[in-house]
Write a protein that binds this ligand. Structure first.
Ligand code: GLV
Length: 332
């Protein structure tokens, strides 16, 4: 009997890929590629399952000719690159990688916040540039994080993990979320619910952790940046498009806010030139989940989902993090 085909769009850990081989013909890319829509459609048309990265937009057009495709596993917790309605309508299951990356991404939010507030990148560039010939006592003044007010916009699993870390810094946590959290979760995170305007006005450091949706497009734009403190730091580890990057570049240039730490960009891997010109921003190439352990856990979870969707492995028949479980129920 011919094996099912799984296409893997991004190279990852060969020992984890090997777990698919007893059950699948594996077509794994061996280098990082950017797929045009025709290429993507061709790969999907030849596969029963696919493991894809966030740069692959899996929409109705991409799957129009994919008559064999039954499952798509996304290498990321955010899945705005998937048109879940189109996949569900086509009877194709989809999964993401929640939970395994929560703590690693929360660590990185703090890394960017601390680096931006304390001007780590800027100081390092200056030193490497050979400019350290003496120090000014009043040089390199940044903002404290300890004891300050940390604002979190979007209080799901990652937002809560960001909040829990504040205790060690004796920082106060305010949050805003579509829906208010149960009192016991608020207590556990020592976080106080406020409306968005209060969050913007009172946060010394504002961290964005909300999913990208049409409603959240430019949730932080010109007006929101103006509403922040001129001493504030903005951190985005969520998705490009949640911040209006042109407005952010202007706000950093005019001193409307003091600093930013940004891991995700509109139209990445392109970065708005106005951001690249600024010194008061720490920039990174969408790496918040990129610890050795977590990237392995994400890959393993994607593989587990594919195995399970085809009746293999410990979760046979029940992909552990399927986003549209109704698809499997319909198929049975
Ligand atoms: C990364 O951006 C993810 O969604 O996992």
């Amino acid at each position: 009997m011919n094996k099912h085909v799984v296409w893997i769009s991004r190279p990852f850990f060969p020992d984890i890929v090997d777990r698919l081989r007893p059950h699948f013909e594996v077509r794994a890319e061996t280098e990082e590629l950017k797929f045009g829509s025709a290429d993507l459609a061709k790969h999907l048309a030849g596969a029963d399952a696919a493991i894809v990265g966030l740069a692959e937009r899996i929409d109705a057009a991409a799957i129009a000719g994919a008559s064999r495709l039954r499952f798509v596993a996304n290498l990321g917790v955010g899945y705005n690159n998937l048109d879940l309605d189109a996949l569900t309508a086509a009877g194709i299951g989809a999964s993401n990688t929640p939970d395994v990356l929560t703590e690693t991404v929360a660590d990185y939010a703090w890394a960017l916040m601390l680096a931006a507030a304390r001007r780590v990148g800027e100081a390092e560039r200056w030193l490497r540039d050979g400019q350290w010939r003496g120090s000014r006592f009043e040089g390199w003044l940044g903002a404290d994080v300890h004891g300050k007010t940390i604002g979190i916009l979007g209080m799901g699993r990652i937002g809560q993990a960001v909040a829990r870390r504040a205790a060690g810094f004796r920082a106060q946590v305010l949050y805003h979320n579509r829906s208010r959290l149960p009192a016991e979760v608020e207590r556990e995170c020592a976080a106080t619910y406020v409306d968005k305007a209060t969050l913007l006005g009172r946060s010394d450091h504002l961290i964005l952790v909300l999913p990208y949706t049409a409603q959240n497009h430019h949730a932080i734009g010109e007006a929101e940046l103006k509403a922040m403190k001129p001493t504030a730091t903005l951190v985005n580890i969520a998705r490009g498009g949640i911040v209006d990057d042109a407005a952010l570049a202007r706000a950093l240039a005019t001193g409307e806010i003091a600093a930013a730490g940004i891991d995700v960009f509109e139209g990445e891997p392109s970065v708005h030139p106005g951001l690249l010109e600024r010194d008061n921003i720490v920039l990174s190439p969408h790496i918040a989940s990129a610890s050795r352990d977590t990237r392995r856990d994400m890959a393993a979870l994607a593989v587990d989902n594919v195995l399970a969707a085809f009746g293999h492995g410990p979760h046979a028949g029940q992909p552990p993090t399927i986003l549209n479980p109704g698809v499997l129920a319909d198929a049975s």
